[in-house]
Structures are given as structure tokens and as C-alpha cells.
Ligand binder design. Sequence first.
Ligand SMILES: [Zn+2]
Length: 106
Amino acid sequence: MRYSRPSEPAPLASSPEDRVTSNISQSYPYSSETEAERAAAVDAVVAAHEGLGATLEGASTPLDASERWWTYHHAGCGGTLHVAGYGREQHAVVTVCDRCGATALR
Ligand SMILES: [Zn+2]
């Protein structure tokens, strides 16, 4: 059934490059922060959510040194996702929301 998903938007007349840009925009960085801001935000949310520190340790590996990190908008609650570590298995960073404590790969 090639047309079994009518809810999908009709393909736009666009080049492959346009489609790549569109995919990237879905997880486009929201803003950025310094390492000190990132570390403080992650510390605060870990302190506020019991068990979160262990969850992050299990899901991620420590970050390399960097002066700035991206932050991302958490559409689920309106909070900001801060980078907490590198994903152990995926080529992604593990982020944690400063409002609801959710973790997400970005
Ligand atoms: Zn959130």
C-alpha cells in the first residue's frame, strides 16, 4: 500500500540539500552556554531529581573540555535541555531538562 499514510505531508519540490536542512532544524540548537553555566545547570537539576545522577551516569560518558555548549528547547515542558554527557552507544549527546528533569538524546 504505497499510499497508506495520507496524513503525511505531500513531498515538497525541493532538492536533497533542502531536505537535509529541514531534518537538522528539528533539533537545531536553541542557544549556547558556557561550561560553568552548563555544569551549574546540570548540577542543579541532578540535585532536584532523585536518581537522575545515576541515570545520567548510566547513559553517558564524561564530556571533553569545551568552553561553550549548545542548549536545546524541550518542547515537552518549555524548559531548556543542557548537555550532560556523550551517549554511550549513539552518536549523540545526552541532555537533561532543567525544568522537568527529563533526559533526551540530541
Ligand atoms: Zn522538560
